[in-house]
Write a protein that binds this ligand. Sequence first.
Ligand code: PEP
Ligand code: MG
Length: 582
Amino acid sequence: MTLSCGGLGVATARAIAIGPAFLLDRRPPAVTPRNLAPTEITDELQRLEDALAAAREALRAVRDQIPPTTPVKVTEFIDSHLLMLEDAALVDPARALIRDRLFSAEWALEHHRMNLVQAFEDMEDPYLRSRRDDVDHVVRHILGFLLGTSSSDQPADGDLRGCVVIAHTISPADTVMLRHRQATAFVTEYGGPLSHTAILARSLNIPSVVGVHKATDYFRQGETVVVDGEAGVVLADADADILAHYRRRMQARDQHRARLRRLAGEPSLSADGIPVNLLGNLELPEDAVTTRANGAAGIGLYRTEFLYMNRDRPPNEKEHLATYLEVMRGLQGTPVTIRTLDLGADKQTADNPATRPTVCNPALGLRGVRLCLKESDLFRPQLRAILRASAQGPVRLMIPMLSSPREIDEVLTLIEQLRQELTREGAAFDPDMPVGGMIEVPAAALYATAFARRLDFLSIGTNDLIQYTLAIDRTDDTVSYLYEPLHPAVLRLIRMTIEAGQTHGIPVSMCGEMAGNPRYVPLLLGLGLRELSMQPDSLLEIKELVRGAHITHLERATQKLLARIDDQDPEALADAIKRLGS
Ligand code: PEP
Ligand code: MG
């Protein structure tokens, strides 16, 4: 066997993919300023025209290849870029720079691009400001042809069916686009395994490896790449033996999943007869049906922020309601926990105030409920739609990123106002719709009793709880080695939250990634959790584990282990916890 190229990154999913590399370099192309001799002006103007024509032609080709099933939003997006490219005036200022100031075509275009971007950024109107990315993208597309980094046989905005996308970084919003464009896998140079991009990739079943530094330099456009999301390995130039090895593993995984599928209709009861509610985490409404087919008893976390991405304006109440009703139809009467908007940190939209350049620590900034309470125009339509959806079936509302009981009181007051408003309007809603909160900030866990007193349920978000407790950025692969769910400090906070729920007689669930990991589930059952929400792909594996577990034994063993939490070496404790289920 021979390997001529490979990369090691951070494992994010237990899936494998093989496909041609599609290099998506999101770094601005490097342009070196260069002055022309006066005799070069005509040729340089022609180079600019040729690049413009090639960019138009490439985008038209993409437009013509869009399958009819593609969401209309994608088509509109490409059409709007084509319109810009077809406007001859788009590059007039660049032509003037070549003619009058003897700039090279690349330099002139880059200069023009920076001016345009600045002009859009300075606009008062948030809608116009949000068009900045479109203009930037279109001018860079032309620039790519001038610099020779684009070619007309690469899809710029279209179909990526079967491709392994290799990029500097990929945002959560990009991940949704990659799924719509049918990419088979992706590899990024930066990013942690608990970043929203990685979580989303797992949830959408896109194999990925993040943190492969210099990946965009190592891999070549179009070469066959193997993405092993389980080991965090990416290989190029694999020989026939290696490809056959990976194809066998893909087949074995498919067979294992087919076997597990038989459990979908079976009850989620432990071997000693204790029911455990297994729910799915949902990002895109269209996935509700498959989540249900995987045996979910409902949705324990619907991340609604993806409703706000890849669009120009936030959704209005009508759109919110239509989406929630679509999800509820897919769930066939099982409950949905709708988490209110959790934008901020690594989940951004173009015009989110949390993205202002002065914000150095967006994870500690205007995120989740903080943003919602500040921007009530963003929050009220969502709350009204959730209330209205509750008239049509079982809905729970969940608030993210809480750190103080005052925030809960403010949200509850707002909900009460909206209930009165809806009553006046004659709109139906469930007056008893449960309102719960996420415990994902250490302060919330330490003070969980005050939260439990005010709310109908709590859900532990371990992804953030671990990030904030251990002070490690979820998106930074250089510190992901410190991300330890079994750190005694984290275990203490989880236990405190469960105890607060028990004291106040309200349910406590977990919806962070820990809840879907077979390594930690025996501990969570032993700690007393009876509701776990996870990415849909993990549901059947966890159900198999639950059905084989003796929860009363696990409770005794967990109690014994954690009674000595202070005296034990943390690594020995973690090892003992991992052996709990065996
Ligand atoms: C969490 O923080 O554990 C969680 C479930 O929320 P998110 O991953 O969306 O931040
Ligand atoms: Mg969170």
